[in-house]
Design a protein around this ligand. Structure first.
Ligand code: ATP
Ligand code: MG
Length: 423
């Protein structure tokens, strides 16, 4: 026998018993963005490698070691998108959506990163994200956070997630902090592990993010970013904090929160959970006022977030937050004999047109009554319509209930129509 070809490691199939849960999540997302008047944008899965190098940053985990990069047949370097923001900015610049305009956008789709696969971490995964352009006011930052809180509430997850926020200041503020931090880290070189030593000069803020307890210990006395913030940055952050409090959204300021992507300035945030083990960040984002210009557009303020849909679905599953996943079928149509099978096909089509929203599955393999009833039961349907030779010649149908204690009856097609109307 030929050997099975397996899916690529870290790239998952979502099977029919899981897709209903995904649909619940996706539906909640669509309703949420609609409630705030956001428009959908879709961009290609492949982009020029340069796009991600210039936006995410050359010295980040994503660009250094996680991208799926290859030369296409023309010798151009392409990468599977590891995230959505750079792609949305690229599209916005290319189609003139950003300059001097406000845009409130959202997207959903697969992203690709060559990471070590584990629970909540995959090589192909899906993100839902929003991006707001043209508004520097902290009201925009607050809105995307309110929107994420709205989504948690819709899905019944509010008590299982908490919000951490921080401000990174503007570029020049961060640059002077960076110098101070490097000077401090240089005094503690002996304690730094290999990764922190490497990052000390290339991306010193990332050292704040270390998981190494020894390095964490020396960070207690490190210079604080908050001491390097200018008045405008401070005011922007306190306005955001005020708006969140006003809206009743609890948050924690985490001064070590820096994010792994270079383009952020001012606000950064993460929604974290304890219910997923190590992969605790469900949604993350922040402000990125410099990126549009950095990618060739005119200076445009921007703020957004991305959420991992796999992590959301894992939470819904592990917390058993979604019950009553609906059946796919309401009505199953059985037909005994060739003529009845043909007629049942035509009748089923008619019923689908007459009863929008009703889910009708027709038996297609034939077989005896018992075999067809078994399939009817497996379909999950409650109502079975049975067409035999008698029913067809009398223009009638026999109706049987599988999950309700109601008697079987043979009725006219007109009666059937009103019966289905009631379902
Ligand atoms: P992490 O710290 O978990 O690696 P990240 O900082 O790399 O996350 P972002 O690039 O900000 O994450 O992406 C936003 C969200 O996308 C994450 O919070 C997470 O929910 C999801 N995500 C990121 N990488 C993966 C992955 N490899 N598999 C599944 N979901 C992911
Ligand atoms: Mg990561």
């Amino acid at each position: 026998m030929a050997k099975f070809i397996q899916a690529i490691r870290g790239m998952n199939d979502t099977l029919p018993d899981q897709t209903p849960l995904w649909q619940v999540a996706e539906q909640a997302i669509r309703e949420t963005v609609a409630a705030y008047g956001y428009s959908e944008i879709r961009t290609p899965i492949l982009e020029s490698t340069d796009l991600f190098k210039r936006s995410i940053g050359e010295v980040t985990d994503i660009v250094e070691k996680e991208m799926y990069t290859f030369d296409d047949r023309n010798g151009d370097s392409l990468s599977l998108r590891p995230e959505g923001t750079a792609c949305v900015v690229r599209a916005g610049n290319q189609h003139g959506l950003l300059y001097n305009q406000e845009q409130r956008l959202w997207y959903m789709g697969p992203m690709f990163r060559h990471e070590r696969p584990q629970k909540g971490r995959y090589r192909q995964f899906n993100q839902f994200g929003v991006e707001v352009y043209g508004i520097s006011d902290a009201h925009a930052d607050a809105e995307v956070l309110l929107m994420s809180a709205h989504l948690w509430q819709k899905l019944g997850m509010s008590e299982h997630v908490r919000l951490e926020i921080n401000t990174l200041g503007d570029n020049d503020e961060r640059a002077s902090y960076r110098d101070a931090l490097i000077a401090y880290l240089e005094q503690h070189k002996d304690v730094l592990d290999e990764e922190s030593s490497r990052r000390m000069y290339t991306n010193p803020l990332r050292v704040l993010d270390t998981k190494n307890p020894q390095v964490q210990a020396i960070l207690g006395d490190a210079p604080k970013l908050s001491d390097y913030l200018g008045e405008d940055s401070k005011q922007h952050f306190s306005k955001l904090c005020e708006l969140l409090s006003l809206a009743g959204i609890q948050y924690q300021v985490n001064e070590r929160l820096v994010r792994g992507i270079d383009y952020y300035n001012r606000t950064v945030f993460e929604w974290v959970t304890d219910s997923l083990g190590a992969q605790g960040t469900v949604l993350a984002g922040g402000r990125y006022d410099g990126l549009v210009e950095q990618l060739g557009g005119k200076s445009t303020p921007a703020v957004g977030f991305a959420m991992g849909i796999e992590r959301l679905v894992l939470m819904l599953e592990s917390l058993a937050l979604v019950d009553n996943i609906p059946n796919m079928v309401d009505v199953y149509v059985c037909a005994l004999g060739d003529t009845a099978q043909q007629q049942a096909m035509l009748i089923s089509e008619k019923l689908r047109q007459q009863h929008a929203g009703l889910r009708i599955m027709k038996n297609n393999g034939g077989g005896n009554f018992k075999k067809q009833m078994k399939k009817a039961d497996q379909s999950g349907a409650n109502v079975v319509l049975i067409f035999g030779e008698d029913e067809i010649s009398n223009q009638q149908v026999t109706v049987k209930y599988l999950r309700e204690d109601k008697p079987q009856s043979t009725i006219s097609m007109v009666e059937l129509s009103s019966l289905l109307q009631e379902l």
